[in-house]
Structure formats: C-alpha cells, structure tokens
Design a protein around this ligand. Structure first.
Ligand code: ZN
Length: 139
C-alpha cells in the first residue's frame, strides 16, 4: 500500500531563485539542500507539515531534470508516496503491470530508498515510491 504523500517534486531552472520564492510562498526556509550525483540534480526540501516540497535543479544538460524542463518547462515533476517496504511494493506493482524505472531500489535524496514508476503507467504522472532509510544507513 502506498501511504501518505511524502513529497511533491518540482523541476526548477534556478534553485537559488526558486528557494527564495518558495520560502515566501510556503512561509518556511528549506531545511536541507542536497546534491544527488547519480541523478545529476541538486535538491532542496521544505517541510510543509504533512507532505514536503522538493525543488530539483539539473547540474548537467544530461540530467533527467534538464530534459524534462527542455520538453515541458518548469513545474510539477513527480509525486512521491511513502512506503513501509519498497521491495514488497515494487513486487506488487510489477505484478500488477506497472512499468518500474528501476529493477532495484536506489538511494534518493533525503535519506530514502526510491523507485520510480513510468508516467505511462500512471496517467501521465511520474510516481516515486520512497522508503525511509534506517538510522544507521543515513548520510
Ligand atoms: Zn522526489
């Protein structure tokens, strides 16, 4: 089962400017900024109580975020749902015919194990499953 919305990912061109804007919009400062080298993005996170907001900026033209912005412009990029056991959920969704973008969970930003579901499988929405890493594995 997918539990609550963990965060909403928004693709931005300029993280510095977007941070300043979202700080006013949400009324709080980002609680962290993190470079995710494997995804070629730098992210910032805002805590909004129930779900978080993740801003994503590409660090190279080959980054998935750069390609997304090139095609569709800035905006809503993905919705992430919290799961208790990512392996079980991946298995369940694969069996139900969803197209997963990874065969194994990978390490995402903000101490998570993540896996993405192709938007083709979910009415045009890129869905991220994320499981909180145990304390010992955190950065
Ligand atoms: Zn995310």
């Amino acid at each position: 089962m997918l539990r609550h919305i963990e965060h909403i990912g928004i693709a931005v061109k300029d993280l510095h400017k977007a941070n300043a804007l979202y700080q006013v919009l949400l009324g709080c400062e980002p609680y962290k900024e993190e470079l995710v080298e494997t995804e070629q993005v730098v992210t910032s996170f805002f805590s909004t109580g129930e779900g978080k907001v993740e801003l994503l900026m590409a660090t190279s033209p080959e980054s998935p975020i750069a390609r997304f912005i090139e095609k569709r412009g800035e905006g809503l990029h993905h919705i992430a749902f919290d799961v208790a056991n990512i392996h079980l959920e991946m298995e369940r969704l694969r069996a139900a015919g969803f197209q997963l973008l990874q065969s194994e969970p990978k390490r995402g930003a903000d101490n998570k194990l993540v896996c993405f579901i192709h938007p083709r499988s979910a009415n045009g929405v890129l869905v991220e499953l994320c499981q909180e890493l145990p304390e010992d594995d955190r950065l």
